[in-house]
Design a protein around this ligand. Structure first.
Ligand SMILES: Nc1nc2c(c(=O)[nH]1)N[C@H]1C(S)=C(S)[C@@H](COP(=O)(O)OP(=O)(O)OC[C@H]3O[C@@H](n4cnc5c(N)ncnc54)[C@H](O)[C@@H]3O)O[C@H]1N2
Ligand code: MOO
Length: 400
């Protein structure tokens, strides 16, 4: 049985992802979205020379110990001083207010002695001090945030300062989830004989929601060809961008998903990958809809979604693929087989820096080990095993 290398499978999937489609969203809806167009400064910031302190603006050359300057007016944020500061003169000024014409320096009020309309200073003036020059923060035309960036709160604040009321971001796909299996019951039900609680769709929905316009859970479908056909036909009729099934991906008599998908018009790009867990992954297209058939084992489903669906969703939005982290091992890894191994690992915050503790459990049905899994160590095919301290590649399970 030939198994497709992981990198080839990923390339094939990414080649099926459509081009980015931009849409405008208001700033307060833009956090976590991926920019479809660069954010470029539309004005100088600050738009004028601005004071960085509450104090007095004057010509630095006029300041010396014991010399009084005449206060001729006031400059407030939003209401600057209209005149010009001449020799021997000062203007009362507040943080963010325009530095008046003629003045070149601001001294904070803690270093000033005020008597009536006169002021003297207890500290020397350093020319330009406490003045934020026009365009010092950013200048008209300056690149502020590049297309393909997933917007953080910090960047939303920058975009707002750059006078953008809305941003062009990538549209996100609508994702449909389907669990298959006669044995499955929803969480919260009493378990009958031979029954298993369905967990995959819940983990997958949580993982994929940040990348999706909608994740619709179509529930559980029994392992019966006719039921699968009619229920999956209804899922496709809803025209989702991506369909993700779990279970029934392997070779048993009850693993019907592939046959039914083909009957419904899915063209299969591949089935079975040289990886563990996750070997029976299948991928194909139904018209423009990407179809991922994930294995039913809970760890396999989450790992294949991490390794293949998340990159597809990043590509969907034009976000660059992050390079894997490279971290030292806090425990040894055993020799690997011929299949690339995505090994659960815990991220430890040691006094000397982060380290990865491999989780020895490798059973793809062992769900509880996922509770402590922060990352997946990418163990190459035929890796001889690594000692404590060796640097290994790892994919973070959290984050974009
Ligand atoms: N003869 C062979 N048997 C198997 C092979 C093989 O190559 N030859 N591959 C194994 C591998 S590897 C995997 S992975 C599994 C995948 O099997 P399926 O995708 O067909 O999954 P199921 O048989 O439907 O379920 C497997 C396991 O997972 C449980 N499950 C299913 N769905 C859910 C769900 N939504 N939530 C929680 N748990 C779920 C199910 O009850 C089974 O225990 O096949 C191996 N067999
Ligand atoms: O490849 Mo399967 O996902 O190990 O159990």
């Amino acid at each position: 049985m030939s198994l497709l290398p992981v990198d080839e499978a990923l390339r094939a999937i990414l080649a099926r992802v459509p081009d980015v489609v931009p849409e405008a969203v208001a700033l307060n809806q833009a956090a976590g979205r991926v920019l479809a167009a660069d954010v470029i400064a539309q004005h100088d910031q600050p738009p004028f020379d601005a004071s960085a302190m509450d104090g007095y603006a004057m010509r630095a050359a006029d300041v010396s110990e014991g010399v009084w300057l005449k206060v001729i007016g006031m400059s407030q944020a939003g209401a600057g001083f209209a005149g010009t500061v001449g020799p021997g003169e000062a203007v009362r000024i507040f943080t963010g207010a325009p530095v008046p014409a003629g003045a070149d320096t601001v001294i904070m009020q803690e270093e000033a002695v005020r008597e009536g309309d006169m002021v003297r200073f207890t500290a020397p003036a350093r020319p330009g001090h406490s003045v934020r020059p026009r365009g010092n923060d950013f200048a008209t035309g300056q690149m502020l945030i590049e297309r393909g960036t997933r917007l953080t709160p910090m960047q939303i604040s920058v975009a707002a300062a750059a006078n953008y009321p809305a941003l062009s971001v990538a549209t996100r796909p609508r994702i449909a989830l389907v669990a298959t299996g006669d044995e499955l019951v929803l969480p919260g039900q009493a378990l009958g004989p031979d029954q298993i609680v369905a967990s995959n769709s819940f983990g997958l929905a949580a993982m994929l929601a940040p990348y999706a316009a909608e994740v619709r859970d179509h529930g559980i479908i029994a392992d019966d060809a006719e039921t699968l056909r009619s229920r999956l036909a209804a899922v496709f009729a809803d025209a989702p961008d991506i369909v993700v099934t779990t279970g029934g991906a392997s070779v048993g008599e009850h693993d019907l998903v592939q046959d039914v998908l083909k009957q419904l018009g899915v063209t299969l790009d591949f089935w079975r990958i040289n990886m563990r867990p996750g070997k029976p992954l299948m991928f194909g297209m139904h018209g423009k809809t990407l179809v991922f058939g994930l294995p039913g084992n809970p760890v396999s489903a989450m790992v294949t979604a991490q390794v293949f669906i998340k990159p597809a969703l990043r590509r969907w939005q034009g976000a660059a693929e992050p390079t894997p982290w490279r971290l030292p091992l806090a425990g040894p890894t055993p020799a690997n087989t011929a299949r690339r191994h995505f090994m659960r690992a815990q991220l430890l915050h040691m006094p000397t820096g982060p380290e990865l503790l491999p989780i020895s459990q490798t059973d793809s049905g062992h769900t509880s080990s996922l509770a402590h899994a922060d990352m997946l160590i990418v163990q190459p095919e035929h890796d001889p095993g690594q000692a404590v301290g060796a640097l290994v590649d790892a994919l973070p399970l959290d984050g974009f």
